[in-house]
Write a protein that binds this ligand. Structure first.
Ligand code: ADP
Ligand code: MG
Length: 378
């Protein structure tokens, strides 16, 4: 299908709400393609500012900053899922193409809305109970136990989650969370976790990247292995489900879908992110088009680029933990000199435990080879 609106071409100014590492890599991609970039982020040291023509150092709801973006940007996107959805809606109401829509972002921001939408779309999720208040936990909870109580909003990297075995524990944990809206989700037996990143344009063109297999440590992504070590049929089903969800949402832009793979190869959708995703950083070096270039292409009404994998790749996150109090640092020499390893740093001045500082991609002939080489330089 051809797009009926004219594509937005360089040197147009593109706007992004959020200036973290995802915004930085978006800005780098946009600048490489010849676009201008305006970043809105309240942090003085926003990593994306290094690559931006304009950094509006204001909150995501600042009227003057939003007005500036409305006047100067040809299209607007976000890299931050907790951006104010009404700011996105306001910008769209000014007649600017905004992708993803504020409505899609609002769904992804709230686990109750998100899991309900996915289930209503006919896709599998883990059994969950919408916990709107204390009364929600009064009935029989056995269908959700043992389970995980997750805050509906603002959880990330495993934060805002408590594992509970009994109804009593669930009620206690909910009280500890000050009875805020949550989901109580059944603990699933995981054979693996995988994710798919989808690009969808305004004209409905869809492309999905190869499936990544994700390993977490302390709730934070540690490594992504591509291609995922699952049956081809499972991988193809994951891609189909992710594209189906994008279509049901009428999603425009880049979206990540996280899955649980169960023992029999069944797939359950865990969550979605309305933006590029850490598990898609392998695309910076291992596919013709990166997830950040796809974000540019989708917001500008261009065709999605080719997402095919050029070489098996393992992505390893560099967390602030590697910078020790004793002054220890990552093994720069090894990371910078390994010929098949690509290091990406986000320019963050301060390392803190759990803070994402950078990542590196190791490309090899097989995923197993890449994994062994990645482990050797860890
Ligand atoms: P976050 O927004 O912090 O990424 P997730 O809901 O993705 O939150 O949970 C983080 C991790 O916790 C998952 O990647 C998975 O390893 C584990 N987890 C979450 N929910 C379940 C579940 N229902 N069953 C088993 N493991 C889970
Ligand atoms: Mg997650």
């Amino acid at each position: 299908m051809m797009s009926n609106t004219k594509p937005i071409l360089p040197p147009a100014m593109l706007g992004i709400l959020g200036g973290g590492q995802l915004g930085r890599m978006f800005a780098a991609a946009a600048k490489n393609m010849g676009y201008g970039v305006t970043v809105l982020d309240p942090d003085n040291h926003a990593p994306a500012a290094d690559f931006a023509d304009v950094h509006l150092c204001k909150s995501f709801t600042d009227p003057a900053a939003l007005q500036y973006m409305a006047e100067h940007c040809a299209a607007i996107t976000t890299e931050f899922e907790n951006v104010n959805a009404d700011s996105m809606r306001w910008l769209a109401a000014q007649g600017i193409p905004v992708s993803p829509s504020g409505d899609c972002v609002a769904i992804a921001q709230d686990r109750i809305a998100e899991k309900t939408f996915i289930r209503d779309a006919g896709l599998d999720v883990a059994p969950f109970l919408a916990v709107k208040n204390a009364a929600s936990l009064e009935g029989d909870l056995s269908a959700y136990l043992p389970g995980i109580l997750k805050t509906a909003r603002l959880g990330y990297d495993g934060k805002g989650q408590v594992r509970v075995k009994t109804a009593e524990e669930a009620r206690f944990a909910h009280a500890e969370m000050k009875h805020q809206p949550c989901v109580l989700e059944k603990m699933m037996p995981l054979a693996a976790e995988v994710s798919v990143i989808v690009t969808r344009t305004r004209a409905g063109e869809v492309a999905s990247f190869p499936v990544a297999e994700n390993e977490h440590v302390n709730g934070i992504l540690d490594v992504s292995i591509v291609p995922a070590r699952v049956d081809n049929a499972v991988a193809e089903r994951a891609r189909a489900m992710a594209m189906q969800l994008a279509e049901k949402l009428d999603y425009i832009g880049v979206m990540a879908v996280e899955f649980f793979v169960l023992d029999g190869g069944e797939l359950v959708i865990n969550e979605m992110a309305p933006r590029p995703h850490n598990s898609g950083h392998y695309t910076l070096d291992a596919t013709l088009t990166s997830q950040f270039e796809q974000q540019v292409r989708a917001m500008c009404g261009l065709y999605p680029g080719k997402p095919d994998l050029l070489k098996p790749t393992v992505m390893v996150n560099l967390l602030g933990d590697v910078w020790g109090e004793d002054g220890s640092e990552p093994r720069w020499e090894v990371l910078m000199t390994a010929p098949n390893t690509k290091l990406h740093l986000y320019g963050k001045k301060q390392a803190r435990p759990g803070r994402k500082m950078g990542h590196y991609n190791v490309l090899a002939e097989t995923a197993q080879d890449a994994l062994e080489q990645a482990n050797a330089i860890k």
